[in-house]
Design a protein around this ligand. Structure first.
Ligand SMILES: NC(=O)c1ccc[n+]([C@@H]2O[C@H](COP(=O)([O-])OP(=O)(O)OC[C@H]3O[C@@H](n4cnc5c(N)ncnc54)[C@H](OP(=O)(O)O)[C@@H]3O)[C@@H](O)[C@H]2O)c1
Length: 318
């Protein structure tokens, strides 16, 4: 039995309500694994949970759906989706609950091998965004020769979606702020800034039309431009604009009201993403890392909407 530090919230609110506490880390039971957390991914979903947008989980709440770290202990019959798990293995665990912690005991079904060549913060940011990007592409059938518009292509989900669409042989136009245009062009996509006149800028890049639009931003602009440019609404999907998305009859994916959770697609995507990362085919941009005790600062950066890459906590920074 060990104790470890963890981040909790005793009320809904904004990041300043987060507290660092000492908690008991349970021994792994049957089908469970204990992981020493080297990095925990910080995602917009954590802010939405803290704000009470995901219903009313019991208090205190824990945060962090994805970690990368080293296996400390293995319970009976603990086999992961990609094979046996042993003490000392470097792993990614997703989905989990309470990853903002020194140590966490999780179901082995969430534990996958960490790809070669990724840092701890990169590994802790591969799957939550990756499976969502994968779901966006699967739901809209992105394939060879498709012309794909991605709103928020400089973000965690959007940048992965852009890379996956390019790997499938699509032509990609991504929206981003002026500061993030070269991120997209360096990856092989075309880039346009969001804001007034967006539809015309996309038309100038894709004069023969747009086949698919993927919205990771959720603004009316992103959704309205999507239906303006793509005639087939079954090839428009949003993960963030559920009210406008429902009005427009586009596909809504993930955990929002009326959205398709795509559990099987997302579960099956994990080994595919691990394999692509192993082959060096997926680039994860880390904007900044923070010590565990600075979780509220990390969440504030993500809450800004312009983190400039993905964000990780480093509970055991070595
Ligand atoms: N439904 C699901 O299953 C699911 C899963 C994961 C995430 N999400 C949601 O998807 C959204 C994106 O997540 P993420 O992790 O990719 O976030 P992120 O890394 O913070 O990226 C945000 C993106 O939005 C862009 N952006 C910010 N303000 C904008 C505006 N006014 N107009 C157009 N683009 C703007 C940013 O561009 P610049 O930085 O270049 O300005 C950046 O590309 C969040 O709302 C998240 O909660 C949903």
């Amino acid at each position: 039995m060990t104790n470890g530090r963890a981040i909790i919230a005793n009320s809904f609110g904004t990041p300043e309500v987060l507290e660092l506490v000492e908690l008991h880390v349970p021994e792994p039971g049957p089908g469970e694994v204990t992981i020493l957390v080297h990095a925990a991914g910080v995602n917009p979903a954590d802010i939405k949970k803290l704000a009470g947008q995901f219903g009313s989980p019991s208090l205190p709440m824990r945060f962090g759906s994805e970690v990368a770290g080293v296996v400390q202990a293995v319970g009976p019959d603990a086999v992961g989706p990609m094979g046996p798990i042993e003490v000392g293995h470097s792993v990614i665990a997703y989905p989990v609950s309470g990853g903002y912690a020194d140590e966490i005991t999780v179901k082995a079904s969430s534990v996958l091998p960490m790809p070669e060549g990724l840092s701890w913060p990169e590994a802790a940011n591969l799957l939550a965004t990756g499976v969502t990007a994968w779901h966006l592409l699967e739901a809209t059938g992105v394939g060879e020769g498709d012309r794909v518009l991605i709103h928020g292509a400089s973000g965690g989900v959007g940048y992965t979606a852009a890379q996956l669409a390019l790997l499938r042989g699509a032509t990609v136009v991504g929206t981003a702020s002026a500061a993030n245009q070269t991120l997209l062009t360096d990856a092989g996509a075309r880039a346009v800034v969001y804001g007034d006149g967006l539809a015309d800028r996309v038309r100038a890049e894709l004069p023969d039309g747009v086949d698919v639009a993927l919205d990771t931003v959720g603004t009316d602009e992103a959704l309205d431009v999507s239906v303006d440019l793509v005639s087939d609404r079954s090839r428009i999907a949003t993960i963030a604009g559920f009210a406008r998305g429902a009005e427009l009859g586009v596909k809504m994916l993930g955990g929002g009201p009326g959205a398709d959770p795509g559990r099987d697609i997302r579960t099956a995507a994990r080994p595919e993403l691990i394999a692509l990362a192993d082959e060096g085919k997926i680039d994860i941009v880390i904007a900044r890392t923070f010590p565990l005790e600075a979780a509220s600062e990390a969440l504030e950066l993500v809450r800004s909407g312009h983190p400039g890459g993905q964000v990780a906590l480093r509970p055991n920074d070595h």
